[in-house]
Design a protein around this ligand. Structure first.
Ligand code: SF4
Length: 199
């Protein structure tokens, strides 16, 4: 039998156990059994737990996403509940209001899931592939840098600045990704560099 018990499982079990024991101490022996049976069909039973990181800000709180639907049987998995990960060292189960609303974010009709392009003169966005998006971004960045890169200022001092393009990175990325992103952006000469957490 697997005796590993997470902090979250312990707290859940301890809470249910305390309620059941209290009922028993008050003389409601059957109620204790009924209580245990009642929590069995809990809404998360049969769901798949997936650990992830909240996407909103650089605090990077740990979350657990619960999904229903067995992909191996051809079913469509759908996330039905998201909560803070009690075993995560950063947030220990807590979430701020933005993190607590992640489920709405996931199911939002206006959520951006793919690269979208609005061509010059068009009034609508159309879906393009990731390859198309990355090729287009690389092409536009290269052309803009070639045209606007400032190697020396008016006094002849080497500055290597590229002021006509900015870069928005992701604050919820790993340290390694952030380090690589910073090096690429600064090496290219970009000064306007930020992320969604404004840190
Ligand atoms: S938005 Fe809130 S829940 Fe999400 S990482 Fe930041 S502090 Fe944590």
């Amino acid at each position: 039998m697997n005796m590993e018990l997470s902090r979250r499982q312990f707290l859940t079990g301890a809470g249910a156990g305390l309620a059941g024991t209290t009922l028993g101490a008050l003389g409601f022996g059957d109620a204790e059994v009924a209580y245990a049976a009642a929590i069995r069909p809990f809404k998360l039973a049969g769901t798949t737990e997936t650990r992830n990181t909240c996407t909103y800000c650089s605090v990077a709180c740990g979350i657990i996403m619960y999904s229903k639907g067995n992909l191996s049987k051809g079913e469509k998995a759908e996330i039905i509940h998201i909560e803070g990960d009690a075993d995560h060292p950063t947030n220990r189960g807590t979430l701020c209001p933005k993190g607590a609303a992640l489920l709405d974010f996931v199911h939002s009709e206006t959520r951006l899931k793919y690269p979208m392009l609005r061509k010059p003169g068009s009034d609508k966005f159309e879906r393009i592939s990731w390859d198309q998006a990355l090729d287009r971004i690389a092409r536009l960045m290269k052309d803009d840098r070639d045209e606007n890169f400032i190697q020396k200022n008016n006094d002849g001092v080497t500055v290597n600045r590229w002021l006509t393009t900015g870069f928005l990175a992701a604050s919820a990325s790993t340290n390694e990704t952030a380090w690589a992103t910073y090096k690429v952006v600064r090496s290219a000469g970009i000064l306007a560099f930020d992320n969604q957490a404004r840190v």
